[in-house]
Design a protein around this ligand. Structure first.
Ligand SMILES: Cc1ncc(COP(=O)(O)O)c(C=O)c1O
Length: 405
């Protein structure tokens, strides 16, 4: 989809361009969007006098997410990180149980399991999708390996057929870290419904947000009952609320992973407006992709690759620059024009904590390269058509040739 280009930066003289740069408001890399529904739902929740977890907004938001995830059961949580922690609890991670994860991911993918004694084993990523390289997984499996945590980077799926096959042969859990991939699919199957368990994030950088929030997706009924208990501080409160028992008590370990009605109300409004949100995000993503293709080729820059078996959710638009200097020069060039861009993860295997835990972990060269060379462009609903034309026009003025020379 191509956006209408109403503002032609190219036609301006250098003096006019300087003026535009000086007067234009900064275009932020990320800014949470709200429709006119969030305020209404949040006010209703406030006025109800019942703002803790397990209220009607939580039930409605979960029911909508259940529809999206079809046969799976969705439980809202206080964050994506906490949904991952619940995965670690449900799979009973213990001292020295190993889990395999990509090096190019957020700290939460590792911390959630590490907290319960798990030991991360980092694997490098594929050059095309930047997801875990499934060909490198098997050689890292030991008798202590318990799970593979697959991160769908930018909502583009990992090679899940191969990953599930490896897991089946070695008796491992598959956990999908689907923080980026709500609405995306792999071979027609919704992401989050392919592994045993999965986690979504509703942090305010995500397509659908409630400030801070997440969801746990359970693809196996055997987890349902315990997951309810873990989320409610280790009590059987949910059974009590359903009238199955006459009082509730402490029955297991657990924590406080249930979001308030305020967050659930915010989330429900966003979910109900998902079509408008997603359609605009796809328009922006496609505009970048269409207008930057030739320029990228002639500047030795790599744009995102979406394999045919994957439907992506327009979560992120990134570019891989030919060198770290080129990336720094590009970000400075955009900043001068009042456009914020952002790099992404610092490879976990090379991080201070990653090296301390696992000094013998092989170097993850592709992850290291992405830490140095990847840059992300503004992609949110406050990017107007004018902003978009301006961003694209500015990018087209940039050349890597001067930097690389
Ligand atoms: C891949 C990945 N996993 C997990 C998380 C954690 O999600 P949250 O911020 O909702 O805790 C993030 C956060 O952006 C992420 O990028």
């Amino acid at each position: 989809m191509v956006v209408q280009v109403e503002f032609n930066y190219n036609s301006l003289t250098p003096l006019e361009r300087a003026k535009v740069s000086d007067t234009k408001d900064i275009i932020p890399f990320s800014r949470a969007y709200s429709t006119n529904l969030e305020e209404e739902y949040i006010c209703t929740a406030l006025k109800s006098g019942k703002t803790s977890g397990n209220g009607p907004y939580l039930a409605r938001a979960e029911s909508l997410l259940n529809e999206i995830h079809k046969s799976s059961k969705v439980m809202l949580t206080t964050s994506g990180t906490h949904a991952l922690e619940m995965c670690a609890l449900l799979t009973e991670f213990g001292e020295n149980d190993e889990f395999i994860l990509p090096s190019f991911t957020f700290s939460s993918t590792a911390n959630a399991f590490l907290l319960f004694g798990g030991k991360p084993v980092f694997v490098d990523i594929r050059k095309d999708t930047l997801c875990i390289d499934e060909q490198l997984i098997e050689e890292t499996i030991t008798e202590r390996t318990k799970a593979i945590v697959a991160v769908h980077y930018a909502g583009v799926a990992c090679e899940m057929s191969t990953i599930n096959d490896i897991a089946k042969r070695h008796g491992l859990f598959v956990i999908e870290d689907n923080a980026h991939g709500l609405f995306a699919s792999y071979n027609g199957q919704t992401l989050g419904t392919i592994g045993d368990l999965s986690a979504l994030s509703f942090h305010d950088t995500k397509n659908i947000t409630c400030g801070e929030g997440g969801a746990l997706i359970l693809n196996n009924e055997t987890y349902y009952h315990r997951a309810e208990i873990l989320r409610e501080k280790g009590t059987n409160r949910n059974s009590f609320l359903r009238g199955e028992i006459d009082k509730y008590s402490w029955v297991d370990i657990g924590s406080s992973y249930i979001p308030s009605e305020i967050n659930a109300a915010y989330l429900l409004a966003q979910l109900e407006r998902r079509f408008e949100i997603q359609s605009r995000r796809h328009a922006i993503w496609s505009a970048y992709h269409v207008h930057l293709t030739d320029w990228a080729r002639s500047n030795d820059i790599r744009l995102p690759i979406v394999p045919p078996q994957c439907d992506h959710p327009a979560h992120m638009y990134y570019m891989i620059m030919p060198s770290q200097q080129a990336r720094e020069a590009f970000m400075a060039f955009m900043k001068e024009r009042r456009i914020q861009t952002a790099f992404h993860y610092q490879s976990l295997a090379s991080s201070k904590k990653g090296r301390a835990i696992n000094p013998s972990n092989k170097q993850c060269a592709v992850s290291d390269q992405m830490s140095d060379c990847l840059v992300r462009l503004p992609l949110h609903l406050h990017v107007s058509d004018d902003d978009l034309s301006y961003i694209i026009d500015c990018i087209l003025q940039f050349s890597t040739r001067n930097v690389c020379a």
